[in-house]
Design a protein around this ligand. Sequence first.
Ligand code: RTP
Ligand code: MG
Length: 134
Amino acid sequence: MERTLVLIKPDGVRRSIVGEVISRIERKGLNLVAMELRTLDADTAKTHYEEHASRPFFGSLVEFITGGPLVAMVVEGERAIEAFRALAGATDPVTAAPGTIRGDLALEVQQNIVHGSDSTYSAEREIKLFFPNL
Ligand code: RTP
Ligand code: MG
């Protein structure tokens, strides 16, 4: 069994598609093991996205991700990291395959609804950041 950190970003909460996203995760056969609605402070957001600190979009990304409540969850299952990234689709929703969360529900590269950890190392780091007691 593997665990991954999934975020439904503030755009997903604002657009009332939390249920739609969770439904896709559940229908895939993945299990929720923790979930919380919260608004990130800038420090937590910067730590979460620290790998992108030198990118030109970093400031805008931090502003976006702290701009309203998001849903953070820990999702568990067989190859959960890869399984969720496949459900999410490519980073750019315009090129994300139809049938994926981003491919079906989004149009802009920043406001792409979901985050999923990209490796076992990231998953462990991100789960600790969001759910230190887990
Ligand atoms: P995530 O980390 O959120 O799961 O997304 P990802 O792995 O598919 O994409 P990543 O390269 O890690 O980028 C993190 C998030 O930054 C925003 N982004 N904006 N050119 C841009 O303006 C740009 N590129 C990326 C997106 O919200 C992306 O998910
Ligand atoms: Mg990423």
